[in-house]
Ligand binder design. Structure first.
Ligand code: DGL
Length: 253
């Protein structure tokens, strides 16, 4: 059994934990939400890197064999430093531009992420690799993280807030929306309603969970061909108020 450390600025990374639990049943998961410092989106890379190092130490103290950075913004700011500073493997995430670029029929894809993710060199490189084949339009999901952190996942306020960021992408002709922040999948019903039936939403969480399983397997922590059907164990940690964290965990487990 492996211990998988998972962290995010808040409860958003639970959208990734959900897939990890589905694809890696029977393992132990320790999830850290930095609720005291959410949102990360507009914070400096130096601050996010400092927090990511601190959280990594906590997760290692809890026995983590691997750490999933279930946060696009923290991956953009900190994953190179984390990999250089700690001996265990890290799985990060970035907006899933590739499947969107390969699947679009209108030739326009919309990427939704935080300001920090859009500034990161990983995203900029990925974008430049695909923008010859399609048009890539971007929008920060303004206020979306706050909605999720307040447990507002639907209703008129959620719909207005989602529409303000999605409409410009639709107006540009996007037929595919990349959910490039782990909080955003919690708003999927609203985003899908606002975008309409012809628009595809891409959540990278299943791919991140597959990559985590692959790394665990390479490290010999997940012997290939061995089914592990035991119960998963999950520990939730928070630097702040863990109320919404526990509430949203109830939706993903
Ligand atoms: N959930 C995060 C992400 O994937 C960060 C959101 C935030 O704290 O701004 O980018």
């Amino acid at each position: 059994m492996a211990t998988v450390g998972v962290f995010d600025s808040g409860a958003g990374g639970l959208s990734v934990l959900k897939e990890l639990l589905r694809q890696l049943p029977g393992h132990r998961f320790v999830y850290y939400a930095d609720n005291a410092n959410v949102p990360y989106g507009e914070k400096s890379a130096a601050f996010i890197t400092g927090r990511s190092r601190e959280i990594t130490r906590t997760l290692i103290g809890k026995g983590a064999d691997i750490i999933v950075v279930a946060c696009n913004t923290a991956t953009a700011a900190a994953i190179d430093t984390l990999r250089a500073s700690f001996p265990l493997p890290f799985v990060g995430m970035e907006p899933a531009v590739k499947p969107a670029a390969l699947g679009t029929r209108s030739g326009v894809i919309g990427v939704l992420a935080t300001a920090g993710t859009f500034k990161g060199s990983r995203y900029l490189t990925t974008r430049s690799n695909y923008e010859d084949g399609c048009k890539i339009v971007e929008s920060v999901g303004k206020g979306w993280v706050e909605l999720v952190e307040n447990g507002i996942l639907d209703g008129p306020k959620a719909e207005d807030t989602v529409r303000a960021s999605v409409q410009p992408l639709l107006d540009s002709g996007a037929d595919t929306l990349v959910l490039g922040c782990t909080h955003y999948p919690f708003l999927t019903p609203v985003i899908a309603r606002v975008a309409g039936p012809g628009v595809k939403l891409i959540n990278p969480a299943p791919a991140v969970a597959r990559r985590t399983a692959q790394v665990l397997s390479e490290k010999g922590l997940l012997p290939i061909g061995t089914e592990n059907n035991g119960d998963s164990r999950v520990e939730l940690l928070s630097s702040g108020d863990g109320k919404v964290l526990h509430k949203l965990y109830g939706l993903v487990r």
